[in-house]
Design a protein around this ligand. Structure first.
Ligand code: GDP
Ligand code: IMO
Ligand code: MG
Length: 443
């Protein structure tokens, strides 16, 4: 059985929390795309873990796999592993030999390019982790793969081809000085050492074979999506996107298990009860039109702790956007959803959702395909009855019926519009602060 967890909005929907919740029934948790641009939070009995690369199942001692669709910075990986070990966990993480490696020059180029775009509306507001440049090299057939780290000669050969190109880009195109990120000898030495450590700790696998064997043995696999549908390179708000496919199709291409395997399982969209966005790009329901909007956004940002896990940037805030969710549900074929952060909206004077868009005087329920047209959309807002602050621990214990009536109406509206059931409702960051309706592993 497989369960795929997909972000249905702009990232940071609380995917880590649900991977942790249902991960109790998984044997293996697999990241299928992205890299250390992700920041997934798990809170267990008040103890908070922020994970960038190590799959969130580590907190429950599950085997974690970084699939071939991921881009891996070994410096981040080993530092995260060391930190988790210091905190008493024993993470068992395997890396796909086919996964690509984020090299120091990728990170440098990510930052240089963002800087170069700074005065234009092309700035993406990336996490600066080198994600885009690494996927560029993958598509350009000049990337370094995890398997290459195991053979110093292959590694050297590849670096001797690619590094002079990066040096020329930095020096001749951007007029800057190349530094140690372009020192081939130093790179060979450092990354061969990473390869040695990966072999020694038996961390490298043929991802597809490894997962297929474990599935044949009857194990449950959870695919942990990072980022979200609207920052998917194909289905998101291009060019304000990341460079991979967080949507469910990525779970197949990014692991080596067929689409039928992913499709036979459950695909759960993680929905934040409002919107947050870190980085640039349109957001039709953004709360920014007047002082009242900004006050509301500030309140939600503070209450929901809406500051980037990776970069600490304040997140932009908006009302829930239904055309966006309809798009996400179709792209990934959601079989269910989890709605998080319902507690954050409690006690507000008003709760609204963008039910539809108005574009060229017409009302539409779905998103246009180009970002320019999306930016022209005006939300058609629908107002909901507000719900009060309640004792959320009590609600978590008593279950769905204990949620305030207005909050139940809100959830039922979303479920009806998307035509999928709600499997869980987040009412706080801790594993215990969840109203659990169905476990996708029991379906
Ligand atoms: P992810 O990237 O999708 O895993 O989400 P992040 O971890 O980046 O951001 C979600 C933040 O909200 C984290 O600080 C979580 O601990 C927290 N969180 C998750 N679910 C809930 C919820 O239902 N209510 C509240 N108040 N916080 C939540
Ligand atoms: P999780 O998994 C929210 C955003 C960046 C930027 C764009 C491209 O925690 O939900 P990148 O560094 O990937 O090239 O940046 O994507 N972004 C995220 N936003 N959550 C994330 O991950 C994100 N990962 C990337 O802010 O706008
Ligand atoms: Mg996050």
């Amino acid at each position: 059985m497989t369960v795929t967890i997909v972000g249905s909005q702009l990232g940071d929907e609380g995917k880590g929390a649900l991977v942790d919740l249902w991960g109790g029934d998984a044997d293996i948790v697999v990241r299928y795309q992205g890299g250390d641009n992700a920041g997934h939070t798990v809170v267990e009995d008040g103890e908070e873990y922020k994970l960038s690369l190590v799959p969130s199942g580590a907190v429950r001692d599950k085997v974690g796999v970084l699939g071939n669709g991921c881009v891996i910075n070994p410096r981040t990986l080993f530092s995260e592993l060391d930190d988790l070990r210091e905190r008493g966990l024993e993470p068992d993480v395997r890396l796909a030999k086919r996964a690509h490696v984020i090299m120091p020059y990728h990170r440098r180029l990510d930052n240089i390019e963002e800087e170069a775009k700074a005065d234009s509306d092309l700035t993406v507001g990336t996490t600066g982790r080198g994600i885009g440049p690494t996927y560029e090299d993958k598509a350009g057939r000049r990337g370094i793969r995890v398997g290459d780290l195991l053979d110093p000669e292959v590694l050297r050969q590849r670096l001797e081809y690619v590094v002079p190109q990066k040096r020329a880009l930095i020096e001749d195109v951007y007029g800057l000085e190349a530094g140690e990120e372009c020192d081939i000898e130093a790179l060979v030495e450092e990354f061969t050492e990473f390869g040695r450590r990966l072999s020694e700790e038996d961390m490298v696998v043929n991802c597809g074979d490894f997962l297929a064997e474990r599935r044949d043995a009857g194990e449950n696999v959870m695919f942990e999506g990072a980022q979200g549908t609207l920052i998917d390179i194909d289905h998101g708000s291009y060019p304000y996107v990341t460079s991979s496919n967080p949507t469910a199709g990525g779970a197949s291409t990014g692991t080596g298990l067929g689409p039928t395997v992913v499709g036979q399982g459950e695909v759960v969209g993680i929905v934040k009860a409002y919107l947050s966005r870190v980085g640039e790009g349109p957001m039709p329901t953004e709360l920014k039109d007047d002082d009242r909007d900004e006050e509301l956004a500030d309140f939600i940002r503070e209450k929901g702790g809406e500051f980037g896990t990776v970069t600490g940037r304040p997140r932009r805030i908006g009302w829930l956007d239904l055309p966006m969710l309809r798009h996400a549900a179709r792209v990934s074929g959601f079989t269910g959803i989890a709605v998080n952060h319902l507690d954050v909206l409690a006690g507000l004077d008003e709760v609204k959702v963008g039910h539809a868009y108005e574009l060229d005087g017409e009302e539409r329920l779905t998103m246009p395909a180009t970002t320019e047209r999306w930016a022209e959309c005006e939300p058609v807002l629908k107002e909901f009855e507000t719900w009060p602050e309640v004792d959320w621990s009590e609600v978590a214990e008593e279950g769905y019926e204990a949620l305030p009536d207005a909050a139940q109406d809100y959830l039922e509206y979303i479920s009806d519009e998307l035509d999928v059931p709600v499997y869980a409702v987040g009412i706080g960051p801790d594993r215990e602060q969840t109203v659990h309706l169905e476990n996708p592993f029991d379906k």
